[in-house]
Design a protein around this ligand. Sequence first.
Ligand SMILES: Cc1ncc(COP(=O)(O)O)c(C=O)c1O
Length: 296
Amino acid sequence: MLLSALSTDLYELTMVGGYFAVGLSGRATFDLFVRQLPPEALREGVWTVSAGNAAQGVGFAARQVGARCSVMVMDTAPQTKIRAIERLGASIVRASYDECWRTVESHGSPRMSGHFVHPFDDDRFIAGNGTAGLEIVEDLPDVDAIVAPLGGGGLLAGIAAAVAELKPGTRVYAAEPETAAPLSVSLQAGRPVYFDNWQASFVDGAGGKSVLPTMWPLLSKLAGSIVVTLDEVARAMALTAERARVIAEGAAGCAIAAALSGRAGRGKVVAVVSGGNIDLTKFAAVVGACAKPTEP
Ligand SMILES: Cc1ncc(COP(=O)(O)O)c(C=O)c1O
């Protein structure tokens, strides 16, 4: 298993300090801004809705082209993500998780203005995330399975699309926390549904309330969803810190835990360590409280 399968631009990492924030979303949004958005859209400014990481990508890209950026941030977002967004010069509009989820479902909000960059339900954003799939196959041509965390599904949809072209037959799995696993219940139901009893947790970058019907055609083709307990996630985060000296945030810990569970099957399994943005006090508390790390 590659604990950190994705190589990212060092300059970008230094700028924002998270793999996902700029490494993935940044690629997607920079391409979107620089090459595809008309000048009028850039003049009116851009906005997005996010638990924090996608917002850093949008904020980074907006700053590169001198566009104003505002972000509707979920109240579950950790301080480290909020501070990083502010450092990029974007303004913050705080909202409950429910309001944010309504916003991603309806593709808009009466409280925000400017050009909306959807954090996952956008073909260009998905294409940008697909570059992660290209890199995995480039670095590990005989990969058998890939596990990535699922928020709204843009990351997985991009990876799956890229890998299907380059190495068809590679199994691509979603990893979801037990407290928020809408893809798992949707796959069981055979249609996109809501996850009952959704709960917030330290896994703030993954685990949505529902699968958007527009994402269903892409996500229903995945090999499956691996649901992990919060303790499994914490143990995976501890193991990653101990062995790889990498701080994985909860969403990334989900992917590692899912890969370690053995449920992604045999062979070469890549866990996408998609972000490292977690408050250090929270990291210490989560890792300190968990049972001994799972031995791979
Ligand atoms: C660290 C991390 N991993 C994974 C994801 C999931 O991305 P998606 O919403 O495209 O499923 C996110 C989303 O913001 C994230 O922050």
